[in-house]
Design a protein. Structure first.
Length: 202
């Protein structure tokens, strides 16, 4: 009886970081472009490390363009650090501000900027059942959050129900994967613009 041996390959990361999720199991069949591991983006240095790894790879392939790659990397790193600093200053005005979040993926956000978050694990296009709404109302008794962070804008019915509980919606895309539109810097800038509403008051 013959068997077909599946091809295997060793993989390694181009940048270090804390592993949040490994969505594949050993011996799973994967295709090019599949997500194999999701790193914690809490540390702004991680994005810079990934960019540096790309810069080094390009420089090794095209050494005659190394100066250009290094110049572009330096500019990108400066922008990343500026975004991180802006975020630190934004949340520093109200340390410990309680926020509901729609998904546990935002825990990296809490670690990086020392925020108080409570996750409900809801989807933007699925109306929570009554028990989930009761649990949220109960949580409000000890966790007086006035905002809920979402990766995408939730349906109008969900927004209306949250508003009835005194909870407003703000979109903050985690950007754990490649953005469908724009690039990482553009998405993070939009996130910060949205968060101004959250941290503008007390």
């Amino acid at each position: 009886m013959s068997s077909t041996r599946k091809p295997t390959a060793d993989v390694s990361a181009q940048a270090g970081g804390t592993v949040l999720e490994v969505p594949v199991a050993p011996r799973d069949l994967v295709a090019e472009g599949d997500l194999l591991v999701r790193l914690d983006p809490a540390d702004a240095q991680l994005a810079a490390q990934q960019a540096e790894a790309v810069m080094q790879g390009l420089s090794s392939k095209r050494p005659h363009q190394q100066a250009d790659f290094e110049h572009n990397y330096a500019a990108l790193k400066q922008e990343l650090m500026a975004l991180d600093l802006y975020m630190q200053r934004l949340v520093a005005a109200h340390p410990g501000k309680p926020l509901f979040v729609s998904h546990p993926v935002y825990q990296y956000f809490a670690r990086r900027y020392e925020l108080r978050l409570q996750s409900v694990n809801w989807e933007p296009d699925v109306m929570p059942d009554e028990q989930e709404w009761v649990q949220l109302a109960y949580a409000q008794e000890t966790f007086p959050a006035l905002w809920m962070l979402w990766g995408d804008m939730p349906d109008a019915q969900i927004r209306a129900r949250l508003q009835s509980l005194g909870v407003a919606v703000v979109v903050f895309q985690p950007c754990a994967n490649r953005p469908s539109q724009g690039d990482f810097l553009e998405v993070m800038q939009r996130n910060l613009d949205n968060l101004k509403m959250v941290f503008a008051g007390s």
